[in-house]
Design a protein around this ligand. Structure first.
Ligand SMILES: NC(=O)c1ccc[n+]([C@@H]2O[C@H](COP(=O)([O-])OP(=O)(O)OC[C@H]3O[C@@H](n4cnc5c(N)ncnc54)[C@H](O)[C@@H]3O)[C@@H](O)[C@H]2O)c1
Length: 231
């Protein structure tokens, strides 16, 4: 969706850009078809687009107070965070649409070319929160867990036809997605990561590259975490 960032990446890699919203299935089909027309084939699709729930500082404060109450064994003092009660229809829909619909549209558009060609790799980007959900972002966890089930099902469907569909589950990675998060939240998250730090985008990219390439020839509908031990 970020035309400027896409353009600079295309220059760096010597590629083309297509700017569209992954929740638009017609646009997704059109752009994939155009890429195949231009290059004659389709080898790799990575369904990576994603969004995070916006941070809410009042909730962080309440979470800290609740943590103190827990540590002091004052369970009756806990205040319900109501993250799910306060979740709007629009926020739920957008989260599911970007992650789950987007991954479906991208995979379907890819398979229309890959299955007849008996070759290709799709890599879906899920999350550790799809494997190990935490309270506070049920819509994100549900969308990412959905991507895992989707990947396993489709991966099995196309496995005998030379097409590989797999998923990665990143842990907490230092990208613009985390930038709006409260520093106290980030500090708490770091404490729960056995490796002791956030991951780097490059550390995830290596795993995605492996799944996109021939080295992962026996990976079909398989799910891989890179989480510093968090998963
Ligand atoms: N950063 C993390 O800690 C983390 C952890 C687990 C999973 N992930 C997942 O990794 C993926 C990449 O996230 P990131 O951390 O690099 O964040 P990011 O914000 O740097 O990148 C997300 C990208 O998705 C694009 N995007 C968002 N909505 C879109 C839409 N509707 N249509 C097209 N493009 C859209 C944005 O323009 C952006 O380029 C996401 O699926 C995210 O959920 C990230």
């Amino acid at each position: 969706m970020n035309a400027e960032a896409a353009a600079s990446m295309a220059i760096e890699l010597g590629g083309d850009t297509a700017v569209f919203d992954v929740t638009d299935s017609v646009a997704f089909d059109t752009e994939v078809d155009k890429a195949v027309e231009r290059h004659g084939r389709l080898d790799i699709v990575i369904n990576n687009a994603g969004i995070a729930p916006p941070p809410d500082s009042s909730r962080v404060e309440q979470m800290m107070l609740n943590q103190m109450a827990r540590m002091e064994d004052r369970i009756d003092d806990l205040v319900p965070p109501d993250s799910t009660v306060d979740l709007s229809d629009a926020d739920w829909d957008r989260m599911i649409r970007v992650h789950l619909h987007g991954t479906f549209y991208g995979t379907r558009a890819a398979l229309r070319h890959m299955t007849p060609a008996r070759s290709g790799a799709v890599v879906n980007v899920s999350s550790v929160l799809g494997l190990r959900p935490m309270s506070g972002a049920a819509h994100y966890a549900a969308a990412k867990a959905g991507i895992i089930a989707f990947t396993k099902s489709v991966g099995q469907e196309v496995a005998p036809f030379g097409v590989r569909v797999n998923a990665v589950c990143p842990g907490w990675i230092d990208t613009p997605l985390l930038a709006p998060m409260d520093p106290i939240m980030i500090a708490g998250i770091k404490m729960s990561i056995p490796r002791g730090r956030l991951g780097r985008a490059e550390e995830l990219a290596e795993l995605v590259r492996f799944l996109a390439g021939p080295e992962s020839s026996y990976c079909n509908g398989d799910i891989f975490a890179a989480s510093g031990g968090f998963a």
